[in-house]
Structures are given as C-alpha cells and as structure tokens.
Ligand binder design. Structure first.
Ligand code: NAD
Length: 498
C-alpha cells in the first residue's frame, strides 16, 4: 500500500509505529497510509530548521521572491496531477481541486512582492541628528496546522507568507489528505528554497501538542474546527508563542425581498453544496426576509437542488463529490435527523443516498430543511455537509440579528438591489467577512482572511499584510552618528579608494 511520510531533512527515517488510513472517499476504499509522528520526529525537523533559518533570513528579499516565483511556476506546471491527487484523497471534484490550488497560488503571487512589503519605515531627523527606523524581521521558526478541507490552499496561505518573510516553516497537514502538502514541499525545495526551509511532519494530536509545547517554535497558525482552534490557541500562548487559530463557521445568506432570486438560487447551489458543503465559507443557512420571499425562494430552490449531480471526484459533470470519511457521512446524516426531530421540515432528504456503481463511497444527497429556528441545535452548530437550512426572518433587523448573534462569525452575505440596505448590513453585522451579492466572500490575496467570534482566535488574519505581520516582528532602531568630539580628533573622514 502507498505510504505517505514526513518530509524532513535527512529523510523520514525509521518506521512509524502509528499510522492513519487515507480513504478514497469516492470508492470507499483505503488507498494509502500516513505515518503519525511524535516529538522525536518534530525535533529532527526543528534541528534542520534552526540550522538553515538564519541563512534564509539573510538571503536578500529579492532572491527569496525569485524562489516564490519559481515555486509558482512548478506548481502550475503540475497542477492537473496535483488536483487529481488532492481530489482522490479529499473527495472534492477535480475542478474544485484546481480552485483549491489556484487560491493558494494567489497568496504565493502576493508573496512574490515581499521586497516591497518588507521595506519598513524610516523617520529622518526624529531628533537632532537622530533617525528612527523600523524593520520587519522574521520570527524564526513558524508552524502551520491545517484542516482536511483545503489541503493545498491553506498550507500555501501560511507558508507562502512565512517563508517569503524569511522564516523556516514546519507544516502539520491533516492526516486525512496529507499527500499534496508533501508534494508542495518537494516543489519548494526544487524551486530553490534551501533544505529545511519548508518541512512537513505528519501526525495527529500528539504531533500538534509537540508543536505547541516546543520552545523553538515562535508562531503557530492553525485552521480547523473551533473547539480544537481554541485549545490550540490557549496551549500555544501559554507556551509563550504567538498563535492565530481559525475555527468553524455557519455562514448566513440574507435574501431581501428585492433580490434577484434566480441569481440567488444559482449562487446557493454552488455555495451551499459545492465541495459537499465542506468549506468554511460555504453558505449553509439562507435567511429570506418576509414570508413571501421565503415562498418564492423555496419554489425556485427545490428544482435547482434536484438538478444537482452528485458524482465521483473524477466526474467532470458532477457538482460535488463524496464527503471525506465514513464517520463524517454518519455525522452529517445524524444532523439531518436531529433537525427533523427538532421540528425542521425536511424538504429534500439526502440521507441514505447511494451512487450507482460506487455504493461504498461516502456520498450524501443534497438536503434542504425549512422552518429552522435559532433555538435548534442543528442551526447553532456547524454541519459541514451538503445541507441547506432555511431560517425565515420577519424583517431586516430580524435577519441582521441572526448572523450577528450566532456563535460563529466567519462569513455572511446579503442579496439585495438596495444599496442602503446593503451598506447598513455591511457596517452593522457582527461577522468578519461580508459579501454583497457575493455568496462566498473570500477576500483576494492582497487583503486578508479571517472570521470573528468562535471562527477565529487570536488577533491577526491569514495572508495579505495581516499574514505578514503575524510572521514577522518589528525591530525599532534609533540611530545617531556624532560628527566627532568637537576638537576635530574624531572628525568624519571620507574613505578614499586605493
Ligand atoms: P479538525 O479541527 O478536525 O482538524 C484540524 C487540524 O487539527 C488537523 O491538522 C488535525 O490533525 C488536528 N487535530 C485534530 N484533532 C486534534 C486534537 N484533538 N488536538 C490537536 N489537534 C487536533 O478540522 P477538520 O475536520 O480537518 O477541518 C474542518 C474544520 O475546519 C471545519 O470546522 C471548518 O469550518 C474549519 N475550517 C475553518 C477555516 C477558517 O478559515 N475559519 C478554513 C477551513 C476550515
């Protein structure tokens, strides 16, 4: 069986005593095994990172940028193969896997501009003969702990900025789809990053704890579910590190009575069901404002959802593929049952769905649940599956309150033709990323990404200038160059050639 190992200097070495199975969610078969590392594996990676990091930080930023350019070129050249590998472990369709890689590459493109971003600040004449300057220097060794749902994009969000800024980086990807992260690290080496600048350690909680406790790791970036994000945040800062920890989500789409409903339905089909709903920026809750809007929307949603095609990840015509593991399939189906028991109206039921010829795959049919209320557990928690819930709001204020008061605050969208309503909504809603007639408002690479409340612990976002701030610290220099002691003995001498 195919084995996936660590990517650390000197080779993985030894045989891992613990391993984790990697599924092919489309076939329901185990296709590979990944080693689960421990503190000793991490220590070897840290020894290598410590050795190389000063040299990498001293490499001029333009040369570091050239490595990022070359890395981008290599990833692009191999994109199809990477997308197929990613889709085979995750379950998302290959086209979606291309998007996963592309969004990561956009952060790499931003990181190619590192010389400009790192220029720093300078004040001449802050006092008599005194200049003050501030420079951004790398924090040293950074670590990233990433979720299964974007195995290319999220690692690139983190290591793109960290490495360009002059850090060494240790990535701990999800044990469910760890192959693409390893390949990315190989390509970074091929692109010219010295050995040890980007390493991958595989593992689960044991490895995460070793990372959080290690005194030589200066910063940890985490993306995953909220309880674990909170745990990582607390344990990391207790060990004296800087930590940013992005958590789960329950994004709402507010539909005002004047919205273009055909557009909304089209957007929802992709945003609620794309990637089987396994996106932190998915739109699993739709909030029509007013009963009339709710009825009109529902009437259009039902045929659109029935038209969705579920298929294996290589099916070019499929809208979405299987979910990631059998346990996750069972959990999502249980949430649908919970919603039913709580009084939700199951309009379209995706439980018990099987795909002909792929009966063992982890497929769930698209599901629509109406008459969901804020008191229901299935509304309060993240489902992370192809399930769309309708929560009816009586007016704008009622709709604004729902995402604002929800425990998660990652993304939200409003659909309207009314500029005033949109503006009011964007300024008042208590959520980190807002879309106006944009269902998945993931900010472009030169802004930054991050949710609020239980969707994000810590005080910096991913990528953009916020990402750069996280992976650097500021050194402030106050300088004065006296022109001598007044008797001419120490007068300024211009050196001459020869
Ligand atoms: P997860 O929390 O199960 O795993 C994330 C990482 O934590 C993995 O690397 C995993 O190995 C590690 N981990 C798992 N259990 C652990 C434990 N007990 N102690 C320490 N580490 C542990 O998340 P997932 O299922 O891989 O990903 C889906 C979740 O990630 C969803 O909740 C989704 O909303 C969230 N997510 C958030 C964002 C964001 O930017 N806010 C982006 C993508 C995904």
């Amino acid at each position: 069986m195919r084995q996936v190992d660590h990517f650390i200097v000197g080779g993985a070495g030894g045989t891992a005593s613990r391993k984790h199975s990697i599924w092919n969610p489309s076939t329901g078969e185990v296709q590979a095994e990944v080693a689960l590392g421990d503190a000793a594996v991490l220590q070897r990676a840290i020894d290598a990172a410590k050795k190389v990091q000063p040299e990498w930080a001293a490499t001029n930023p333009q040369k570091r940028a050239r490595v990022m350019f070359e890395f981008k070129r290599l990833v692009e050249a191999e994109k199809q193969a990477l997308a197929e590998l990613l889709a085979s472990e995750h379950g998302k369709v290959v086209e979606d896997a291309h998007g996963d890689i592309q969004r990561g590459l956009e952060v790499i493109e931003y990181a190619c501009g590192i010389p400009q971003a790192l220029k720093g600040e300078f004040t001449p004449g802050a006092g008599p003969g005194i200049d003050v300057y501030s420079m951004r220097v790398p924090i040293g060794i950074g670590a990233g702990i990433t979720p299964f749902n974007f195995p290319a994009m999220i690692p690139m969000w983190m290591f793109g900025m960290a490495i360009a800024a002059g850090n060494a980086f240790i990535l701990k990807p999800s044990e469910r789809d760890p192959s693409v992260p390893v390949r990315l690290a190989e390509l970074m080496l091929q692109a010219g990053a010295p050995e040890g600048v980007l390493q991958v350690v595989q593992g689960d909680k044991e490895m995460v704890d070793a990372i959080l406790d290690h005194p030589d790791i200066a910063g940890v970036s985490f993306v995953g579910s909220s309880d674990i994000a909170h745990y990582v945040y607390k344990r990391g800062i207790a060990a004296g590190k800087r930590v940013q920890a992005m958590g789960g989500a329950k994004n709402h789409g507010i539909v005002m009575p004047d919205a273009d409903l055909d557009q909304v339905v089209n957007d929802l089909a992709g945003a609620a069901f794309g990637s089987a709903g396994e996106r932190c920026m998915a739109l699993p809750v739709v909030v029509p404002v007013g009963e009339d809007t709710a009825e009109r929307l529902k009437e259009k949603l039902i045929p659109a959802i029935h038209a969705l095609r579920v298929g294996v990840s290589t099916d070019k015509d499929a809208h979405y593929g299987p979910v990631v593991t059998p346990e996750h399939k069972a959990r999502v189906e249980q949430w649908i049952t919970t919603a039913e028991e709580e009084g939700g109206e199951i309009v379209i039921d995706g439980r018990g769905f099987t795909l002909q010829g792929h009966e063992k795959g982890f497929f769930i049919g698209p599901t629509l649940i109406d008459r969901v209320t804020p008191q229901m557990k299935s509304y309060q928690e993240e489902i992370f599956g192809p399930v769309l819930q309708i929560v009816r709001a009586k007016d704008f204020e009622d709709a604004l309150r729902l995402p604002s008061e929800h425990q998660y605050g990652n993304g939200v969208a409003i659909f309207t033709r009314n500029g005033h309503a949109a503006r009011e909504f964007a300024s008042r809603v208590n959520v980190g990323m807002v879309g106006i007639n944009v269902p998945i408002p993931v900010p472009v690479a030169y802004h930054s990404f991050g949710g609020w409340k239980r969707s994000g612990f810590g005080d910096t976002d991913q990528y953009g200038m916020e990402g750069l701030r996280f992976w650097t610290r500021v050194k402030k220099v106050t300088q004065r160059w006296p022109d001598g002691g007044g008797d001419g003995s120490n007068a300024f001498i211009i050196p001459t050639m020869g």
